[in-house]
Design a binder for this molecule. Structure first.
Ligand SMILES: [Zn+2]
Length: 244
């Protein structure tokens, strides 16, 4: 009987490892998605920053051409001044020139603002490039390894299950069925140690009579609360449960 109890503890250890691999099966693809998501995000951000910068540059070019046009207009008016006959016309043309000069001055200060904004946008483009580089570096460093790990998990689980099933063949079928049901329905935990007089699975306090039976190892005992197989820890064996 002690041999059967030891086998059950070993089977639980294998199922603990299977459980840990199943957790990785959920977590690793999430990690992979995050890494790929960062690259996508950084790419979109860089595009947005570059678009903003390009728009500012376009505005600057259009403003420059407006200023140039106004300057040419002023030149044209100034040449006309010498040919003007009446004082009234002279005045009108002069005020037109003054108006254009005022306009140019406004446009030039707007131009400075745009330059400043474009410099800031250029800095943001640089930052976004660095972010993208970082994200791409992380991807190239980790993606392959993560994919390799993800691909290998199912095989590792299959190996452990095969080992566990080989062990199970040495046990009575009824116990194996019970074990399997508890692994499935009781949080991957079928075999637990008695801890400080309580069930290691649910904490239920074990009756003194049952404790004695556990120490004798002459039969299989079940927790009277959660139904899990209770085992008194072996001196030479570590815990069967992942939580420890
Ligand atoms: Zn219990």
């Amino acid at each position: 009987m002690e041999e059967q109890l030891r086998t059950l503890v070993q089977m639980q250890k294998l199922d603990d490892r299977i459980g840990a691999l199943r957790v990785l099966q959920k977590e690793l693809p999430q990690q992979l998605n995050e890494i790929i998501g960062h690259v996508d995000q950084a790419t979109a951000n860089l595009l947005a920053c570059e678009t903003e910068r390009a728009e500012l540059a376009k505005k600057q070019r259009s403003l420059e051409s407006d200023i140039k046009q106004h300057q040419e207009q002023i030149k044209k008016y100034s040449n006309q001044l010498s040919e003007i006959k009446t004082n009234k016309e002279y005045k009108a043309l002069n005020s037109e020139i003054a108006f254009l000069k005022e306009k140019i001055s406004e446009q030039e200060s707007h131009q400075l603002e745009l330059m400043d904004a474009e410099n800031q946008a250029a800095a943001r483009v640089n930052e976004a490039k660095q972010e993208l580089d970082k994200a791409e570096k992380a991807k190239s460093e980790q993606e392959g390894e993560l994919r390799r790990q993800i691909d290998s998990l199912e095989g590792q689980i299959e190996d452990l299950r095969a080992q566990r099933n080989t062990m199970a063949r040495t046990l009575p079928l009824q116990i194996v069925k019970l074990y399997g049901n508890m692994i499935k329905n009781k949080g991957n935990l079928a075999v637990v140690f008695c801890r400080k007089g309580a069930c290691g699975g649910c904490g239920f306090v074990i009756r003194p009579q049952v404790r004695i039976e556990l120490q004798l190892r002459k039969k299989i005992n079940y927790c009277e609360s959660c139904g899990r197989i209770l085992v008194e820890p072996f001196e030479d064996s570590s815990s069967p449960n992942a939580a420890d």
